[in-house]
Design a protein around this ligand. Structure first.
Ligand code: FES
Length: 109
């Protein structure tokens, strides 16, 4: 397990998200009404950059084919919209974000 500082609380307002890179992995950090979540930043369908997607409540929509993920759990809410194909995709990995005295820490198992 690794715990990495990824920024300050004040840098991520409610309703906002940002991508951070730790080693060779990208993570999406999200503030939903003052609660902080982290999931993988790459869509499990075809690698779309979720940081370029849209956030509504706790659901992020992939900019490429519109798959939706719950950022609190990483679970798929709805799959990609690809004409003529019904594609089942994996949940996104989810990680714990810790607020320690105003610093945001990411816990990676
Ligand atoms: S890459 Fe995200 S839905 Fe296809």
């Amino acid at each position: 397990m690794v715990i990495v500082k990824i920024g300050e609380l004040s840098e991520l307002a409610p309703g906002k998200m940002k991508k951070v890179t730790v080693g060779d992995k990208e993570f999406l950090i999200i503030n939903v009404d003052g609660k902080y979540y982290a999931i993988g930043a790459r869509c499990t369908h075809a690698g779309g950059d979720l940081s370029q997607g849209s956030l509504e409540g706790s659901v992020v929509t992939c900019p490429r084919h519109k798959a939706k993920f719950d950022v609190a759990t990483g679970k798929v809410v709805s799959g990609p919209r690809v004409p003529f194909f019904k594609t089942k995709i994996n949940d996104d990995p989810s990680y714990q974000v810790i607020n320690e005295g105003g610093s945001l820490l990411l816990k990676i198992e």
